[in-house]
Design a protein around this ligand. Structure first.
Ligand code: FES
Length: 185
């Protein structure tokens, strides 16, 4: 028999055509499902792997005190600053001691109290007019310059700015026991 001028397909041929359509639709569905799964997996994977590729972010600015508080400071003034640091998913809030040094010209400098030798806490010794580290006897001038002892460099000065009459600092950590200041991320 003829259909539209063509011979009619046999029932076996019809079965093959139906099966081919089904396999094509099945493959299309499979590809669609796989693509959708991949699309959904991207944000999940990004979230799960975030701590592996995210670097610890730097800290924000912390208030040290009103600029006027240091106008008459003749010796370094000890202050405690609080700051948050993000490491992967975690936000860690820390406190650290700093010293504010006022130069003769009135410029304010904020020094980390972390000893650049092996990380002990340096303190200002009024009687000796020097910073002294209790661990191995490192000594520094009031402006942080290294005087004597094992520390390979002076005390680390931190980035500062003045906002609304307040002295602010961005606390940073530096590699210990190396001659040049190397910021840790
Ligand atoms: S840790 Fe300060 S001198 Fe060694």
């Amino acid at each position: 028999m003829l259909e539209n001028g063509q011979p009619l397909a046999s029932s076996q041929e019809k079965d093959v055509i139906v099966i081919n359509r089904r396999s094509f639709l099945g493959a299309l569905l499979g590809i669609g499902t796989a693509a959708m799964g991949a699309l959904l997996a991207v944000p999940v994977l990004r979230y799960v792997l975030y701590p592996l590729y995210a670097k610890a972010s730097g800290t924000e600015w912390s208030d040290v005190g009103a600029v006027s508080d240091f106008a008459a400071a003749l010796v370094p003034v000890r202050k405690t600053v609080t700051f948050a640091q993000r490491d992967g998913w975690r936000e860690v809030v820390s406190t650290q001691s700093v010293y504010v040094h006022r130069s003769e010209s009135g410029d304010l400098r904020v020094l980390s109290a972390i000893c650049p030798h092996l990380g002990c806490s340096v303190s200002w010794q009024q009687g000796q007019s020097e910073f002294v580290c209790p661990c191995h006897g490192g000594r520094f001038q009031a402006n942080g310059t290294h005087v004597s002892g094992p520390p390979p460099r002076g005390m680390d000065a931190l980035p500062t700015r003045i906002a609304d009459g307040k002295l602010q600092v961005r606390f940073e950590y530096f590699r210990s026991n190396v001659p040049n200041k190397e910021k840790l991320s």
